[in-house]
Ligand binder design. Structure first.
Ligand SMILES: Nc1ncnc2c1ncn2[C@@H]1O[C@H](COP(=O)(O)OP(=O)(O)OP(=O)(O)O)[C@@H](O)[C@H]1O
Ligand SMILES: Nc1nc2c(ncn2[C@@H]2O[C@H](COP(=O)(O)O)[C@@H](O)[C@H]2O)c(=O)[nH]1
Length: 211
């Protein structure tokens, strides 16, 4: 009995699929993620990326990102420490092997918030995540959200809007994403996101109730 139960829990842990959240800057990935992690304590773990961009007000090193210099990041990439990395809007971003491992070793669903270049790279690995695209209702709404967020200069905002057009086109390619969530009304988008993740959430609940 104990052996059967233990092996069921172990296989559920091994089958926990990571989640890739992608979509244009300003679409609402972080907002939805914060809601999700607030509701589901000890179910999800955030893969803390590295970046060479400067921290925004309120961002904490090691929690939101590992903020590093380009030299530091490039030498880690060259040393093989990253699963994927990309140049985005003039800065380097990347997912380290350690960031994903840190989440998975605690039997949590690992969430990666990455751009479309990252999605393309992850597709070449054996990570086998659920791919979810968060999209704005329109490009105009996206621009308003980014302007209202007040994190960008005019130059970086224009770079992000240009990248957004590519991200939107990418999300429409067949078989790239398992789920596409249009983040118009936040509560409705959040319900759709939860629905997309319910199978994995239930796996963690089963693990926790059996252990
Ligand atoms: N459904 C929504 N309705 C109105 N405003 C929203 C909605 N979702 C998010 N926002 C706001 O839009 C802005 C951008 O959201 P957020 O920072 O979560 O985007 P993001 O996709 O994580 O962007 P980035 O990729 O740049 O980190 C924030 O100021 C947030 O409060
Ligand atoms: N390929 C990767 N993209 C990443 C990673 N971490 C974040 N991102 C994406 O960068 C943009 C901009 O993020 P911001 O925090 O500066 O607004 C956004 O699309 C993120 O999804 C990563 O590790 N790899």
């Amino acid at each position: 009995m104990f052996v059967r139960c233990f092996s069921r829990v172990r296989s559920a842990m091994e089958n926990l699929r990571p989640v890739v959240l992608s979509g244009p800057s300003g679409a609402g990935k972080s907002t939805l993620l914060k809601k999700l992690m607030g509701e589901y304590d000890n179910v999800f773990g955030f893969s803390v990326s590295h970046t060479t961009r400067s921290p925004r007000a309120g961002e904490v090193n090691g929690k939101h990102y590992h903020f590093v210099t380009r030299d530091e990041m490039q030498s880690s990439i060259d040393g093989g420490d990253f699963i994927e990395s990309a140049e985005y809007s003039g800065n380097l971003y990347g997912t380290s092997k350690a960031a994903v491992h840190a989440v998975q070793k605690n039997n949590l669903i690992c969430i990666l918030d990455i751009d479309m270049q990252g999605v393309k790279s992850i597709k070449k690995t054996d990570l086998n995540p659920i791919y979810i695209s968060i999209q704005p209702p329109t490009l105009q709404t996206l621009e308003k959200r980014l302007r209202d967020r007040k994190t960008e200069t005019e130059e970086s905002l224009q770079k992000r809007l240009k990248a957004a057009e590519e991200e939107i086109a990418f999300s429409k390619q067949p078989d790239v994403f398992d789920h596409i969530v249009i983040n118009d009304k936040l509560d409705e988008a959040y319900e759709q996101l939860k629905q997309a993740l319910m199978e994995e959430i239930n796996k963690v609940k089963n693990i926790n109730s059996s252990s």
